[in-house]
Design a protein around this ligand. Structure first.
Ligand SMILES: C[S@@+](CC[C@H](N)C(=O)[O-])C[C@H]1O[C@@H](n2cnc3c(N)ncnc32)[C@H](O)[C@@H]1O
Length: 243
């Protein structure tokens, strides 16, 4: 995958040195005509799928600021219940980082999170979002994020209290318009030729082992394993807990 990054001036180049190391991208001063590209402008990294696509992707944890937490209070309560009562903060492995929304809730609940995302494009967008949000969200200090296949990384980790997985799920047709984030992830995985085999990740973790695993599923999805310990159900999502 050959990626390019469009910058406005040499000053920007200094700001993105660390990012450049990770994506090995070609620096341009004008957008390429026929391929996806990053743009670093006004201190923010964006990803353009193509020139015609006017809606670039950027990740901003602070947009809507408090709205972010308020909109998710229901989800936050469910996740808190799925994690269960603990006397001390847990070390949680999020094997499906995505846009980091679930990780941010787990961090806000006081836990430490090691998050892993297979897509390099998403990973660098996340790193940039973290850089910009660090001062406003001090709990980001309790996050470590990696670009890898989760099971490979997990096999080398010790003392993980809890594994959290939110695998990709086929989109129901009527939700296509609402689920813009998931469509963007699919497009990105396609660009990177990553074959996401959805539920496989759950079975890989099941085979390897864990203390406790939370699997996020659409409410109407079938059980992936009958040996479940408990479920926490919301309106559209549920958490299947395996111990
Ligand atoms: C449904 S999204 C997760 C959304 C995330 N929970 C959030 O709150 O934004 C699934 C993500 O997991 C990533 N993923 C799937 N399998 C993976 C694997 N084996 N290793 C690393 N990342 C994986 C996909 O690339 C995708 O970004």
């Amino acid at each position: 995958m050959n990626l390019s990054i469009v910058i406005e001036n040499d000053e920007d180049k200094r700001n993105i040195d660390e990012l450049l190391e990770q994506i090995n991208a070609k620096i341009l001063f004008h957008p390429p005509k026929n391929s996806p590209y990053f743009e670093f402008k006004e201190n923010k990294l964006r990803f353009f799928f193509d020139l015609e696509n006017s809606q670039p992707l950027d990740i901003d944890f602070l947009k809507g600021s408090m709205g972010w937490r308020l909109k998710r209070t229901d989800h936050e309560k469910l996740l808190k219940k799925a994690v269960g009562k603990t006397d001390k903060p847990l070390t949680i492995f999020d094997g499906t980082a995505g846009f980091l929304s679930d990780t941010l809730i787990l961090l806000a609940l006081g836990h430490k999170v090691i998050a892993c995302e297979q897509s390099k494009i998403l990973f660098v967008l996340l790193k940039d979002a973290i850089r910009r949000a660090k001062d406003a969200l001090p709990y980001l200090d309790n996050l470590k994020i990696y670009n890898d296949n989760s099971i490979n990384l997990y096999k080398n980790l010790e003392n993980i209290d809890l594994v959290f997985l939110d695998p990709m799920y086929p989109e129901p047709k009527k939700h296509v318009l609402r689920s813009g984030n998931m469509s963007s992830i699919r497009k990105i995985l396609n660009i990177e030729s990553i074959d996401d085999v959805e539920d496989n990740i759950f079975f890989e973790f099941k085979d390897f082992g864990y203390k406790k695993l939370i699997l996020k599923r659409p409410i109407k999805a079938g059980l992936l394993d009958q040996n479940i310990n408990y479920q926490v159900k919301g309106k559209s999502t549920r958490f299947d807990v395996y111990i």
